[in-house]
Write a protein that binds this ligand. Sequence first.
Ligand SMILES: [Ca+2]
Length: 110
Amino acid sequence: MCSQLQSAMEDLIKVFHSYSGKEGDKYKLSKAELKNLLQGELSEIFLSASKDPMVVDKIMSDLDENKDGEVEFQEFVVLVAALTVACNEFFINAAPSVQKDDKPCLQDVI
Ligand SMILES: [Ca+2]
């Protein structure tokens, strides 16, 4: 059986591939695929992305380090890591007052 962290890593890969495999390069996210991933998986955080198409452009250009117009897994995990770090800081700061059934979520961070 996989450890918790290993299955989280596996999930990260699976989620990426389930969106990246829709068109073009199977292992890279096109802008449309990135938009679908943000809306499907991170909608609480990037809710405004659906209203403002420039938000997806901005995230795309921030993530696309090698400027090939697509986001590969390596570039994608940078976003996930940054969000996870922000979330961790929020948990640390909020820890003393947080109730068990009132856990902060990613959308409270941004
Ligand atoms: Ca790229």
